[in-house]
Design a protein around this ligand. Structure first.
Ligand code: 8YV
Length: 332
């Protein structure tokens, strides 16, 4: 277990401990690769998070007895799923309980990027009131009402974000999935069926980039989505548009985003995730962009959500070890 869990899940882990033995990384520091490579030796199951890469090296270190990986996440890009399939190892994950919390952060980032929160906060906290001498266009930003919201990826989190944004008076929503132009199969909240606003698929990336006043990156990171938001994407975006990424850093080419912000190709950005995290390059120009709100991957970080995720992870782990049905098992 590569992390200290919230109390309720920790109790679950300890209550069910016997006759299972486990080792748990408890330090304040992130769990090192070396610790994991050592501790996984001989383990039947492992509970880990998005910064713990599950690759051949790790599985080899574990040994043939390994039966289950339980990840503290909806995303599984840190896990080599093909390898798990080959080795008959089950994968538990937490796809549903964090939806609302991440959708909340998406909305927060949209509004912060549009309303220039970073610039405003920086000025006020530096003792510089930005609106003196006052005039009507000081610190203005684009409106959320009447906007077209474009989603790159349209799963649960994107749909929960749309549900919230409808309350802000948006005009319509467009989306692109791995099946361009086709309606999504899963209408998680009945939003598409009983649409309060039109919700339509687009035919390609170019159309998605150019139609959005708000573009929200909400897709999984896969080889085909790596740097899919790049210089050509930004060239298609509206000058008044904002880009929000609540998915995975490498979906967006950070250097291209810096250029787009500096050349005012887009209005602003809000990122909960960034390429290279958790070791983001100190001194990278993205850190200095006043129009880019940066958060340290806190989308799911609410008290209840993290408790639920942790409990689900422990349940998935036990189910995997006992050959029972998991709360949520990823198909491999
Ligand atoms: C992580 C996330 O769970 O669920 C995901 O895929 O990215 C986050 O919610 C969190 O960073 C802890 O691993």
């Amino acid at each position: 277990v590569t992390m200290r869990l919230p109390e309720s899940a920790q109790r679950l882990l300890e209550a069910d401990k016997s006759p299972t033995e486990y080792s748990q990384h408890n330090a304040e520091q992130p769990c090192s690769r070396l610790w994991l490579l050592n501790e996984i030796k001989g383990a039947h199951g492992v509970l880990l998070g998005v910064y713990d890469k599950v690759d051949e090296e790790l599985l080899d270190a574990a040994g043939d007895q390994l039966k289950v990986i339980s990840t503290f996440s909806v995303g599984t890009d840190h896990v080599d799923r093909e390898l798990l399939k080959q080795r008959n190892i089950r994968l538990g994950y937490t796809p549903t309980c964090l939806t609302d919390s991440v959708a909340d952060i998406s909305v927060m980032l949209v509004l912060m990027a549009q309303r220039r929160a970073r610039e405003s906060i920086a000025r006020v906290t530096a003792g510089q009131w930005p609106q003196m001498p006052w005039h009507p266009s000081l610190m203005i930003g684009p409106d959320i009402r009447g906007s077209t919201v474009a989603f790159l990826g349209f799963g649960r989190i994107a749909q929960a974000t749309l549900k919230r944004l409808i309350g802000f008076g948006i005009k319509d929503a467009r989306y692109l999935t791995s099946k361009p132009g086709q309606p999504v199969q899963e209408d998680h909240f009945g939003l598409i069926r009983d649409a309060a606003v039109p919700v339509q698929p687009v035919k390609d990336l170019k159309e998605l980039a150019s139609c959005g006043d708000v573009v929200i990156v909400s897709c999984a990171l896969t080889p085909s989505t790596f740097h899919i938001v790049n210089a050509s994407f930004f060239a298609e975006m509206k000058k008044t548009a904002v880009l929000v990424n609540i998915a995975r850093g490498p979906v967006v080419d950070t250097d291209a985003l810096v250029d787009a912000l500096q050349q005012e190709q887009i209005f602003g950005a809000g990122l909960d995730v960034i390429e290279g995290e958790p070791e983001i390059a100190k001194g990278h120009p993205i850190l200095r962009q006043e129009r880019c709100v940066l958060l340290p991957h806190i989308g799911s970080a609410t008290i209840k959500t993290r408790e639920q995720m942790a409990e689900e992870c422990v349940k998935n782990l036990w189910a995997g070890l006992n050959g029972d049905a998991m709360v949520n098992e990823a198909s491999l």
